[in-house]
Write a protein that binds this ligand. Structure first.
Ligand code: ADP
Ligand code: MG
Length: 706
């Protein structure tokens, strides 16, 4: 629980005494309740003040039984008259609670398959139930209503929303209600607002005193929403101010070399690239040239679908640095990808004076020290390697730009500084696949963003099919026919091998065995998976790209970057085990050619591909940006990536998905504020500044509070 810390940040020293008073000293709280509350991390007055309900029971309007209307949501107050619990033959169960409703008459509450409800209620308890009522002939019934147990003898609530707080064993809502009431009464006026009043007015934010009142004791649901809005806004703004501050620091801490473009350099690079840039690529390289032309270090993210030409844009940026006599580095997430990138770069720079070298973990001592020496001397222009290798062990002579090819791992914190010299390189981050807008503004919120939507010309589309189990045979026949016509194919399985019991599921090894002696007999099949040595993997990939293998049975190691234009057929088995982003990445492998691509996804045994929402989404569109948003929605709040993986802080009240509008609003507001007041020195902003640095100063390396 962080509540203690975050509430302390809301206050000024003079009021801290009261706010810090231990809860046991508050009237009506006492030692016993205080010790229960401490299990929730609530120790002092301020902790409880900033302990927010997780939801509200919207009890309005209250009805008597005579006033109940079929299919209409309403609330009744009554006393538990009888409880029954049943178990049916098929194992299902129900719990029924008969309420004697105030004002006369009965309503039955019923829950199916929630046997624990049996112990929630006892005869004589006073209960508020909210739900949709329906007549049963003899009385009324509410299925799965929301309920609250009221303190005996308390006056009936007046139709106000009832807060629902997180609880712990032995503690009930009504205990928290009493304690919150006392704390609100004593402390509400003690809390100093972190926002200047004019700012609150401009952004329609409640004062802190009103917000506290309305979050704990709203008169209406709208009031609770207004209060939540204020706290969500505050939480997200503080984070966005931290990101904007970090961006400002990156721009001003150390200068980068100014590497401007001119007509001659531009023409030379384009000649090297030897292709017509798409419109989006043109815009991207223009923007990058502006960024790199200045001593303010570039920190730019290029997002685009697989095959949209991000690497080409990165190559432009690297060649611009090299044209000025600086070095460039390309950091890939894996050794395989580093190798591939190095090969591609070497091929496209063949015959030029630009020296590209690959640095790998497997290099021998002598070879490696020799390369490191040449990098330090500056005789190597472009160094390709993995992120780990390059950020830890290499010292460059004159590093002008670092390109970071990021895969599923990203985040503000993880983006380690590369170069400890006085000069900082320009940074270009490539995201493997489009990221939902909201995440771009949070996990990558300190970067400037360029988006590539156009596809390079001459790409045939990929057709995606949801395969039924009985269609496998004819699909393999299609694969064989396509191979006969000169194409190559991937067969992807999520796992290397599967256990005996699961023999119906697909492991790469088993699949390879089955296919080569069965449906794809006579074709040149080979097997690739992550447990092979880098040497083996490299050898198989090389054979596949040389056309010596027709069908590559593989795990998801081919997911990223593998570039074999002639491979246009892909089968994914057990596809429901893979994430949407990953599936789309895989599909990208067969969209690199002027031959149309064909993807067929089969689900695990017992799962229907058509009914699987992710697979259906995959088949519904080829647009990675659209899929990223769908994936984000499908996965539900707070779940696109594990928080630790995304590098995002745990938010107390904000939910990035639900609150995406507030994310974009605060993102913009924070950048505007930092643009005009980079150190947050303006009158009235000192408390916010304390929050920004207190929460994120260390984590995001924002420097001292100054
Ligand atoms: P990404 O990194 O976004 O997956 P790449 O930059 O690797 O995309 O480009 C994918 C393929 O398309 C490469 O073979 C590349 O040479 C080619 N390509 C990129 N941009 C263009 C373009 N404007 N015209 C033609 N081919 C292009
Ligand atoms: Mg790429």
């Amino acid at each position: 629980m962080e509540s203690g810390k975050s509430s302390a940040e809301q206050t000024q020293p003079s009021t801290e005494l009261l706010l810090k008073t231990p809860l046991r000293f508050f009237p009506k709280v006492g030692t016993q309740k205080a010790s229960l509350l401490s299990k929730l991390g609530l120790h002092r007055g301020q902790d409880l003040l900033f302990f927010f309900p997780r939801a509200y029971q919207d009890v309005a309007p209250f009805c008597t039984v005579a006033e109940l209307t079929r299919e209409t949501r309403c609330s009744v107050i009554g006393v538990v008259d009888a409880i029954d619990a049943r178990t049916y033959d098929d194992g299902r169960s129900s719990v029924g609670v008969l309420l004697a409703v105030e004002g006369g008459g009965f309503t039955r509450l019923v829950w199916y398959n929630q046997p624990y409800r049996r112990t929630t209620f006892a005869r004589g308890m006073r209960v508020i139930a909210t739900g949709v009522a329906n007549p049963t002939g003899v009385s009324w019934e509410m299925r799965h209503p929301e309920t609250q147990i009221l303190p005996a003898g308390a006056p009936a609530p007046k139709g106000k929303p009832l807060p629902i707080y997180p609880l712990t064993e032995g503690l009930q809502q009504r205990h928290i209600y009493t304690a919150v009431e006392v704390v609100l009464d004593k402390l509400r006026s003690q809390v100093v607002d972190v926002f200047p009043e004019s700012f609150r007015q401009d952004h329609d934010l409640l004062s802190i005193a009103n917000a506290l009142e309305q979050i704990h004791a709203p008169e209406t649901m709208e009031q609770s929403e207004q209060a939540r809005y204020r706290f969500i806004f505050q939480e997200l703004l503080v984070y966005q101010l931290a990101l904007a501050t970090r961006r400002y620091r990156l721009q001003t801490d150390r200068p980068a070399p100014a590497l401007p473009v001119n007509g001659q350099i531009h023409a030379r690079i384009l000649k090297r690239l030897n292709l017509e840039l798409t419109n989006d690529q043109k815009k991207a390289v223009d923007q990058i040239a502006i960024d790199m032309g200045s001593v303010i270090p570039m920190n730019r993210l290029v997002q685009g679908d697989v095959g949209s030409g991000k690497t080409v844009v990165a190559l432009y940026a690297m060649l611009l640095a090299v044209a000025h006599g600086y070095q460039a580095t390309f950091m890939a997430p894996t050794e395989i990808l580093a190798q591939q990138h190095a090969q591609r770069l070497q091929a496209s720079l063949e015959g030029s004076s630009c020296a590209v070298e690959l640095l790998t973990g497997g290099m021998g001592g002598r070879e490696k020290s020799d390369l490191l020496e040449r990098i330090a001397l500056g005789t190597v222009d472009i160094v390709v390697g993995t992120q780990a290798l390059l950020s830890e062990h290499v010292s460059f002579s004159k590093l002008g730009i670092a390109v970071i090819d990021e895969q599923h791992k990203f985040g503000v914190e993880q983006r380690a500084a590369l170069c400890s010299s006085r000069i900082q390189p320009h940074y270009l981050v490539l995201s493997a696949t489009p990221i939902p807008r909201t995440l771009t503004m949070t996990a990558m919120g300190d970067l400037d963003v360029t988006i590539l939507r156009d596809k390079p010309p001459g790409r045939a589309p990929v057709h995606t099919y949801l395969g039924k189990p009985e269609q496998q045979a004819s699909w393999w026949a299609f694969v064989a026919k396509s191979v006969a016509q000169g194409r190559q194919a991937y067969v992807v399985t999520p796992r290397v091998s599967v256990d005996e019991e699961e023999s119906a599921a697909a492991g790469a090894t088993q699949t390879w065995n089955t296919l080569k002696d069965g449906p794809l007999k006579g074709l040149r099949l080979d097997l690739l998976h992550g447990r092979m040595t880098p040497e083996e993997k490299k050898q198989k990939l090389t054979a596949f790209s040389n056309g010596e293998i027709d069908v590559l049975v593989t795990t998801t190691v081919v997911e990223v970057g593998i570039d074999v234009a002639n491979a246009t057929i892909m089968t994914i088995l057990d596809a429901d085990r893979l994430g949407l982003a990953q599936l789309h990445q895989l599909r990208g492998r067969i969209s690199r050619s002027n031959h149309p691509g064909y993807l067929c996804v089969f689900a695990s045994p017992g799962v229907s591909a058509e009914e699987n929402t992710r697979l259906a989404a995959l088949a519904s569109t080829n647009d990675g940006f659209e899929l990223a948003e769908q994936d984000w929605r499908l996965r539900g709040p707070g779940n696109l990536l594990g928080t630790s993986q995304s590098g995002l802080p745990p938010f107390r009240i904000a939910d990035l998905q639900r609150d995406s509008d507030i994310v974009s609003a605060t993102h913009k507001i924070a950048r505007d504020i930092i643009a005009s007041d980079p150190l947050l020195e303006a009158d009235g902003w000192s408390l916010i500044r304390q929050q920004v640095f207190g929460k994120y100063g260390m984590k995001l390396d924002l420097g001292s509070i100054g």
